[in-house]
Design a protein around this ligand. Structure first.
Ligand SMILES: Nc1ncnc2c1ncn2[C@@H]1O[C@H](COP(=O)(O)OP(=O)(O)O)[C@@H](O)[C@H]1O
Ligand SMILES: O=C(CO)[C@@H](O)[C@H](O)COP(=O)(O)O
Length: 463
């Protein structure tokens, strides 16, 4: 039995699965935490990967990395990292993003060029921030990579040509998903000169060998990894609740949304992955639980004993600023407080509802853009919450399914590794198993919740 490994190097941790290459059955798993913060020395990712994979990889035939998207890893002439990587959730590049949009004549030219309107998260905005704020580091820069590109290169011994894939390249802001080409003009616009960029490998191209002789697959971004791990089909959307909240679906054409709500990403198979991302997801739940002096299961119990609508309490959960809507410097706020609704139960419920409302808006944007959605698959750490599972179909107004609990980003990377090993036209046909939970048909009970949320958002933030 050939074994393959998938690595999910995400914001909070590194998770590794080793799978049977033919069936996808997970035979071993490992994990290790990443440090907190919005900038990280990539050496920490390597050290977490080494810890998480200890004793796991000796007999694997192929390996692949799916990583948190957009992070800016700048390297010098000798391949050394110039400064800690700025991560997708670092908002200091918000002003740089606005400048880039203005300089190109507004959002539409960006949407047309690269399928994305720059926000703080995109690598292109981070490059502008670096050029303007750390000229000494900018002067040392020779090349720029994404987190998964850097880890893939390290797995091969940090020798030879760095590579990336369509999925992760589509989150840079200087690669066009529609044309499949880099846009050096936009890199120069942002940074003042060209930097070396990784070659974009084909979806199942072998890009190297580990020192132990395992084939290295191209890897991808974490959301593209989840899509591959879930074997996503048209009609299915994914709602992933990790550090970020994302809602996405596979599609046959590149999105070019000038409002900036939808990121027009590519996927890891040659198709497209329109996606909406919020900055505040599972950590809204842990922060609210801590504030209420309880844990995550205590929060579930409280939220499930409140009525839908939380008695009129509305949490705008922009605790770390927000990406969608674009409010990088916002903070969270609680609205609709009255003496008769100020209970821990309503606050817990408002946290779950508020976190989901932004993603319900994202789902609506996807369907309005022509992406068909019949049901929503709930994944990521936040999908373990019983309250989230109960409230999601109400707020989304769409049937939801909870696939068997698993690390789908890592499984997607493992599936890509198996595909690369097999050298077939299509990825291997791995199956998921029976869902843990399926919601009752959706109702319109959540419409009022979403409307109140939108009203307070408009009043507080004008968007
Ligand atoms: N039962 C649960 N209820 C709510 N949140 C949970 C639960 N279990 C895990 N989480 C949250 O999920 C998050 C981790 O999810 P994960 O998808 O691994 O994130 P990431 O990929 O961003 O590192 C953490 O913020 C954690 O608190
Ligand atoms: O920026 C995005 C998507 O555009 C995020 O989804 C990152 O890819 C980080 O993911 P998680 O760590 O939350 O899984």
């Amino acid at each position: 039995m050939a074994l393959v490994a998938g690595i999910d190097s995400s914001t909070q941790s590194c998770k590794i699965v080793v799978c049977d290459a033919t069936t996808g059955k997970v035979v071993r798993e490992g994990r290790a935490p990443h440090p907190d913060g919005t900038e990280t020395d990539p050496a920490h990712w390597w050290s977490a990967l080494t810890t998480a994979s200890s004793g796991l990889l000796d007999d694997v035939s192929a390996v692949s990395v799916a990583g948190q998207q957009h992070g800016m890893v700048v390297i010098d002439e000798d391949g050394e990292v110039v400064r800690p990587a700025l991560l997708w959730n670092d908002a200091r590049s918000a002003g740089a993003a606005h400048d880039l949009v203005r300089e190109l004549g507004g959002p539409q030219p960006w949407a047309n060029a690269v399928g994305n309107v720059p926000v703080a998260s995109l690598t292109v905005s981070k490059l502008r921030w670096l050029a303007e704020n750390e000229p000494h580091n900018a002067a040392r820069a020779r090349g720029v990579m994404l987190p998964h590109d850097w880890l893939t290169w390290r797995l091969g011994g940090a020798r030879g040509e760095p590579t990336t894939d369509r999925g992760d390249a589509s989150g840079t802001g200087y690669w066009s998903p529609a044309d499949g080409h880099y846009r050096p003009d936009l890199m120069i616009q942002a940074f003042g000169r060209e930097l070396d960029v990784p070659r974009v490998a084909a979806p199942a191209e072998a890009v190297g060998l580990t020192p132990e002789g395992a084939v290295i697959a191209p890897g991808t971004g974490d959301n593209m990894g989840a899509a591959l791990g879930l074997g996503l089909r048209p009609g299915d959307a994914v709602l992933s609740l990790g550090t970020s909240g994302t809602v996405f679906a596979v599609h046959d054409r590149a999105a070019q949304d000038p409002t900036g709500t939808i990121s027009g990403f590519a996927d890891a198979t040659g198709g497209f992955l329109p996606l909406v991302c919020t900055l505040n997801a599972a950590r809204v739940l842990s922060a609210t639980a801590a504030m209420l002096g309880t844990g995550l299961s205590g929060l579930d119990t409280l939220a499930l004993s409140a009525e839908p609508g939380a008695g009129g309490l509305v949490l705008l959960p922009y605790l770390d600023g927000e990406r969608t809507p674009e409010l990088p410097h916002a903070s969270g706020s609680l609205h609709g407080l009255r003496r008769d609704n100020m209970s821990p139960e309503n606050l817990a419920r408002a946290a779950v509802e508020g976190m989901l409302c932004g993603l319900a808006d994202g789902l609506a944007a996807l369907t309005e853009s022509g992406v068909p959605v019949e049901r929503v698959l709930l994944v990521g750490g936040g999908a373990r919450s019983a309250a989230v599972r109960a409230v999601a179909p109400i707020v989304l107004g769409t049937p939801t399914v909870v696939p068997p609990a698993a690390e789908y980003v890592a499984i997607g990377a493992a599936r890509q590794a198996a595909w690369t090993l097999a050298e077939t036209a299509e990825p291997p046909a791995w199956t998921l198993g029976a869902p843990e939970e399926e919601s009752a048909p959706a109702t319109d009970v959540g419409a009022g919740v979403r409307e109140r949320y939108a009203e307070y958002r408009r009043t507080a933030h004008g968007v």
